[in-house]
Design a protein around this ligand. Structure first.
Ligand code: PRX
Length: 626
């Protein structure tokens, strides 16, 4: 825990900000002043009357009274500068096809699609659901929604029709944007067919616009279904569109994430605070320079993609890389060959991806000149020190600091993270980002001693925080703010330790949320998928440590009478969950059981199942019913 890696002379010389401690101190002493100063770096149609409004906690408001639109910063302002002809987006499809967009070209595509949306009657504040593979149109669609004040709800392209239908229904979306498919490991996915199934189950959709990517045909319904390229070729898709002036607190997007109950939560992020938070964190942590090529190898369908593929980098005028497919297709050198080909300077990815590529060995990396890399990043789950060291030595050649960023869908941007000049400890996300006071406490809210495990809380509001849960403000309070209501602290749902040097070490979730390959899933979602199978009467899903994926799903299942617990049924149930939720949710193991440990009030005690599966002490069983 005390192994330290120090930044090189070069990193120290070139970093945008050098002295973490003094900026941090200032940001805490005058939080609002710090954020106002950062906000001043952006365009506003009208400046704020008040930086922070705390009158209705925990529903904080930032930059109150300001008029803005994130697009005026992510695109419009670049058109007035030399960035106009700079590459905004480089995209490579899995089969090897390439598309590039300058800021000028991106603006043209976004404006055209904004006009298409307007022609479909899309209104300010309306939620548009997007279900696409990792293609440029996904980014264009998000930006076009933002431009006209519509709210995007991106549903990860790996989710099933059930998950998509549920999210469409909760958002009451009238418009769905999708694609015929995308490529993954050499195969085309049938996205439009899945979308059709979802629309059958959730009939609020009037208009579905499909991008042709694979050319595979799927049923198109008259008057509902349109092809993207047809619409973009029509006079309705004019190349000029106004960026709509919005309130800073107007919603920018909804993003669904898993919680402790079966129903996913639609977290709401806004234009004003979110643009300040994502652009500031991106600039300080990834130390972006005008000539940099930035690659965040996440899917735009998750928060990492929203904040650090799309908004944060574009606001900073960076060149972003987007890749459609699998890291090891057709060979395990795919990423390294792309870094060489495009001269990528910064790579940001997940520990699971690093561990996955590490398996193939260093020789695949060494085939390529990846000396352009100067900074690396990690996100989504704790990075184990072996993977950290491999990433540092083999990928970064010992010269690229690793920014291990801890944050969440709820936080909008990095919360605990190094900046490049900070000494690093493998496996630690280091220290709070500017403006954030973070602590590790016990159940009563007392700070635990150094190196002791406790609950991670955030003591003060930050501009990028989610404002509420769509249609469910009570759940927002209950989940994040209730436990430490008196103190007004945000409960992150993670356990962690802080060491003697003030470095934070994230341990993992303390609720029934599982991180599998960095993806966030709820135990309850997996369980409700299982019990919807005719053979299953009850189920409990837990995550057990997995060398590659961080965690893998183990599901305990009680069968209905008349079904026999054989391996064929176990395989059928695994496939069934993958079909209901998506391949990421496929259980590694199904364990048939006659009963489940429950409390007297009927709650399944997943920690007991977990301990038993791991052969560990089952802890206090006094509340167990049977
Ligand atoms: O448990 C933490 C883990 O991911 C959770 C948030 O998941 P999600 O909302 O999907 O956002 C992931 C991308 C920001 C957290 O509660 N987590 C995220 N980053 C890290 C992490 N755990 C350890 N180290 C990290 N760097």
């Amino acid at each position: 825990m005390n192994e330290m890696f120090y930044p090189s002379e070069e990193v120290l010389k070139n970093a945008n900000v050098k002295d973490y401690e003094s900026i941090y101190k200032r940001s805490i002493e005058d939080r609002e002043g710090f954020w106002a100063e950062e906000a001043e770096k952006l365009n506003w149609y009208k400046k704020w009357d008040k930086v922070l409004d705390e009158s209705n906690k925990p529903f904080y408001k930032w930059f109150v009274g300001a008029k803005t639109n994130i697009i005026s910063n992510a695109i419009d302002r670049h058109l007035e500068t030399a960035n106009r002809n700079k590459m905004a987006l480089i995209w490579e499809g899995e089969p090897g096809d390439v598309k590039t967009y300058s800021y000028h070209a991106l603006n043209r595509e976004v404006s055209k699609f904004a006009n298409v949306l307007l022609s479909m009657g899309v209104q300010k504040g309306e939620i548009v659901t997007i279900y696409m593979p990792q293609i440029p149109e996904l980014v264009i669609a998000m930006l076009a929604c933002a431009k006209i004040g519509a709210v995007h709800s991106v549903v990860y392209g790996g989710f099933s029709y059930e998950a998509l239908a549920e999210r469409i229904a909760d958002a009451n979306s009238r418009i769905l944007l999708t694609a015929d498919g995308g490529y993954r490991r050499g195969k085309a996915t049938a996205l439009k067919c899945i979308a059709n199934e979802a629309m059958r189950r959730s009939p609020t959709i009037d208009v579905c616009i499909t991008v042709k990517r694979t050319g595979d045909e799927c049923f198109m319904e008259n008057d509902r279904d349109f092809y993207w390229h047809n619409l973009m070729g029509m006079p309705i898709a004019g190349a000029n569109a106004d960026t709509v002036e919005l309130d800073a607190e107007d919603p920018l997007f909804i993003l669904y994430t898993s919680g402790t109950t079966g129903k996913p939560k639609g977290l709401i992020h806004t234009h004003g605070g979110y643009q300040v938070y994502t652009s500031t964190t991106f600039n300080y942590v990834f130390d972006i320079k005008p000539e940099d090529r930035w690659w965040c190898a996440a899917d735009p369908g998750w928060i990492t993609g929203h904040s650090y593929i799309v908004y944060g980098p574009l606001i900073n005028g960076a060149t972003i890389m987007l890749y459609e497919g699998a890291p090891n297709h057709p060979y395990p050198n795919r990423w390294w060959s792309m870094i060489e080909k495009y001269g990528i300077n910064i790579l940001y990815t997940s520990p699971t991806a690093i561990r996955g590529l590490m398996r193939f060995g260093a020789s695949w990396v060494d085939k390529h000149d990846i000396s352009t890399l100067r900074l690396l990043g990690s996100v989504g789950e704790p990075i184990n020190p072996e993977a950290w060291r491999w990433y540092y030595e083999v990928v970064g050649k010992g010269k690229c600091p690793i920014m291990d960023t801890w944050w969440q869908t709820e936080t909008g941007g990095f919360m605990i993270t190094p900046i490049p000049t900070m000494p690093l400890k493998p496996g630690s996300a280091t220290k709070p980002f500017f403006g954030n006071e973070i602590a590790i406490v016990d159940e009563k809210g007392e700070e635990v001693k150094a190196n002791e495990e406790g609950t991670l809380i955030v003591k003060s509001p930050w501009p990028g925080m989610a404002r509420t849960i769509l249609n469910d403000p009570d759940r927002f309070i209950e989940k994040y703010w209730k436990q430490f209501e008196k103190q007004g602290w945000y409960l992150a749902g993670d356990s962690a330790r802080k060491d003697d040097d003030g470095y934070f070490w994230i341990i993992g979730r303390i609720d029934d949320v599982l991180k599998v390959s960095g993806y966030r899933l709820g135990s309850a979602e997996i369980e409700s998928a299982l019990v919807s199978h005719p053979a299953v009467t009850e189920a409990a899903a837990v995550g057990l440590p997995d060398k590659l994926r961080g965690n893998s799903i183990h599901a305990f299942v009680i069968l209905k009478q008349g079904y026999s617990s054989d391996s064929q049924l176990a395989e059928e149930l695994k496939d069934y969950v993958a079909k209901e939720i998506g391949p990421i949710a496929k259980p590694a193991e199904i364990i048939f059981s006659d009963g489940l440990p429950k409390t007297r009030s009927g709650k399944i005690m997943r920690r007991v199942l977990k301990a038993r599966a791991l052969g560990q002490d089952e802890g206090d069983l006094s509340t167990l019913e049977d």
